[in-house]
Design a protein around this ligand. Structure first.
Ligand code: SAM
Length: 345
């Protein structure tokens, strides 16, 4: 993702539109080259930063927050430092919960083969943190990412119209994590992911369900009764997102993958992360505190979307504060990270 000025965590260079880079090279060499379809290119590249003159074209400021300036994008989250910090914190939380940056036989599909680079495509890549961490685990694989970030704008529009630049059957692994606020219609995006995957390649989806859930071993709670303010928050944001065309399909992805008829070995798995400090296990309590804090920032970062939907400030403040109170005080609340892994037939 292009990094707004003053938010640069890697080397800075404006290479103009192109494909998303792979991991930053240690010597700051910057070659944001088109990945070569023969897969033998050794070009590596770095995250790129917008020049100050380009900045206003790609970003707009509302309520003191920065947003993508693309007409027609329903994406509701800001893209500033505060949101990027949340995305990175979530990335690290998910890593701890899964004890890995991936699930399933990724090591097998990315195993080195003489004369050929393995290829990975990350959809809605965000800060690029996952790509960078994965690239250090699989240094021989070539990573590309697609995001609406300005330098990569050509690719971003293609995701919007569900057309990727990659050729048929060139990818070994397509990774789509937390894309549900960016992708209004999943099946067309999945069709493109299917097209670019080689036979035997892997597709991975991971989404945090947008609903109140209790850990039944701790408390058999009823959301509307036992966490009413958190429940209200999710109902309101799901309704408001739907008005932007972003229906809540987060728990239907395995169904879409099945329905495509193009995948086998489809495996859906729920990873449960405690919210708050109620767990008896110290490590889960630590995870729970981080999860609670990330969710609180998520809620606050959605305030501009609620304002766009013409809700009064006072109402928005009450809804968000109520959510934050509930997730900080109700025992047994968990976040559910639902993953779907499938192999291209
Ligand atoms: C919730 S973030 C997830 C980032 C990353 N996948 C992760 O798990 O850390 C969603 C990302 O989708 C990007 N996005 C929004 N609309 C998009 C579009 N039309 N095409 C590509 N990326 C888009 C946003 O810029 C943001 O970085």
């Amino acid at each position: 993702m292009a990094i707004p000025p003053n938010n640069n965590r890697n080397s800075a260079r404006d290479d103009g539109p192109g494909t998303w880079p792979s991991h930053p090279s240690s010597n700051n060499r910057s070659q944001a080259a088109e990945p070569e379809e023969d897969g033998l290119s050794d070009a590596s590249s770095v995250l790129t930063q917008l020049g100050n003159d380009e900045f206003p074209r790609h970003f707009t400021e509302r309520e003191g927050r920065l947003f993508h300036a693309h007409d027609g994008s329903p994406y509701p989250m800001p893209v500033d430092g505060g949101e990027q910090t949340r995305l990175d914190a979530l990335h690290h939380l998910l890593y701890e919960r899964l004890d890995s940056h991936f699930a399933g036989p990724v090591g097998d599909v990315l195993a080195q083969e003489p004369g050929r680079h393995r290829r990975v495509l990350d959809l809605c890549t965000g800060t690029g943190r996952w790509v960078m961490d994965m690239a250090s685990i699989f240094p021989n694989a070539k990573f590309s990412g697609i995001d609406i970030g300005a330098i990569r704008i050509t690719c971003a529009y293609r995701l919007h119209t569900y057309l990727f630049t990659n050729s048929d059957g060139t990818m070994d692994f397509v990774h789509a994590r937390n894309v549900s606020l960016a992708v209004p219609h999943y099946p067309p995006m999945l069709r493109e992911a299917t097209r670019v995957l080689r036979r035997g390649g892997l597709f991975f989806s991971g989404e945090i369900l947008r609903q109140v859930t209790f850990d039944p071993e701790c408390f058999q709670g009823v959301p509307a009764l036992d966490a009413p303010r958190a429940d209200n928050f999710y109902r309101l944001i799901n309704r408001t997102l739907a008005l932007r065309g972003l229906n809540n399909y987060t728990d239907r992805i395995a169904e879409f993958v099945h329905a495509s008829g193009q995948f086998g070995a489809i495996r859906r798995q729920n990873y449960v992360i405690p919210i708050g400090e109620w767990s008896s296990s110290p490590s889960d309590r630590r995870l729970g505190v981080r999860c609670r804090d990330i969710l609180a920032v998520f809620a606050r970062n959605l305030a501009p979307m609620l304002k766009d939907a013409a809700h009064p400030d006072e109402f928005i403040g009450e809804i968000i504060d109520g959510f934050v109170d509930d997730i900080g005080s109700v025992r047994g609340l968990v976040a559910v990270y639902q993953t779907v892994l499938a192999r291209r037939c």
